[in-house]
Design a protein around this ligand. Structure first.
Ligand code: Q46
Ligand code: ZN
Ligand code: ZN
Length: 319
């Protein structure tokens, strides 16, 4: 197997491109794909302050590393979910990566700051763990980006993630979500700009990137992911991809090119008419936001205001 660029020994084959790469040209290929996504979708300006949502897994550490390599000024943000050993190990990977490169990792620990954890809190609130977890993370990511004055929030969603979400939303015709499934969501009142620069790379490629770069990431799946439909959609798409290399790419990018605009009006309607949450000030259709209601039902509490330099998020108040 030879590298398509230099004819040296290749370490990875990328079937959807019908190409093999040596280590250096694979790194170059990853940087090229991320740059292409950033340029094509105007994701990040060179002077932007970037906040990367970091879980300690391969995708978030790979995109943090790639953004630093590409010269962006990027801090990391980690949310402790209180999922036992899984959370402890994931935090140690995120912290070790930041330390090894002299980067800043902001951290909010939900049990410490909000008084609940995802396994018991989701049960108490009668929500599926991933639903409570996703809601908590989205709220805290947005708050951290806005309160830290960051220009853009980066998440590590890759092509497999986006194709699987698209598959699920199409299967059930969640049209209000289809209009929002874009690699860039612009900033608007109460929401930071959110971007997904890894959408041109698969999870096999982000894993290979970390392995070849010596980035130690959390390999284990979250124990709460068992039975998660998202994983079964990924498996279904992987089966299709084996028989038809490039299927995921054409499914997702074909949707962006040809279909997503048809669903945009419905998604816009969904985001209109928001007002500040009575408890935390985050945008919500009315009254108290879904996150504050979750905190309440999960038996938690709102955090005490603490200085930002201690790494926690201050409580916002409505004006
Ligand atoms: S961390 Fe949270 Fe995932 Fe675990 S509880 Fe579900 S959503 S599976 S990305
Ligand atoms: Zn090469
Ligand atoms: Zn709120």
């Amino acid at each position: 197997m030879k590298c398509v660029t230099c004819r040296g020994p290749a370490v990875i084959d990328i079937r959807r491109q019908n190409a093999n790469y040596c280590v250096d040209h694979f790194f170059e290929q990853c940087r090229r794909q991320v740059t292409k996504a950033i340029d094509e979708w105007k994701m990040i300006e060179p002077s932007d302050r970037v906040l990367v949502a970091v879980s300690g897994g391969k995708d978030s550490l790979a995109i943090w590393d790639l953004l630093i390599e590409l010269g962006y000024q990027a801090d990391g943000f980690y949310v402790g979910l209180g999922i036992g050993e899984y959370s402890e190990v994931s935090h140690s990977h995120a912290a070790a990566f930041a330390e090894s490169r002299g980067l800043t990792l902001l951290t909010v620990d939900i049990p410490t700051s909000y008084g609940y954890d995802i396994p018991t809190g989701s049960r108490a609130a009668r929500r599926a763990p991933c639903s409570a977890c996703g809601l908590s993370k989205r709220h805290l990511f947005d708050a951290a980006a806005l309160e830290g004055g960051y220009d853009v929030l980066v998440t590590g969603h890759n092509l497999d993630d986006e194709a699987a979400v698209l598959f699920g939303n199409t299967l059930h015709w969640h049209t209000e979500y289809l209009g929002r499934q874009l690699p860039v969501l612009p900033a608007r009142d109460g929401f930071p700009k959110k971007v997904k620069p890894l959408v041109r790379l698969t999870e096999r490629e982000t894993a290979a990137y970390c392995l070849l770069k010596g980035i130690d990431y959390l390999v284990d799946e979250c124990p709460m992911a068992v039975g998660n439909r998202h994983l079964s959609y990924k498996e279904a798409l992987n089966d299709i991809e084996v028989k038809s290399p490039g299927a995921k790419h054409s499914f997702y990018f074909g949707f962006l090119d040809r279909a997503s605009k048809h669903f945009a009006p419905e998604a816009d309607e969904d985001r209109e008419g928001l007002e500040p949450c009575l408890t935390c000030g985050a945008p919500t259709p009315s009254g108290t936001c879904a996150f504050c209601r979750l905190v309440d039902r999960a038996g938690g509490h709102q955090p005490e205001p603490v200085p930002v330099e201690l790494g926690a998020i201050r409580t916002r108040t409505t004006s």
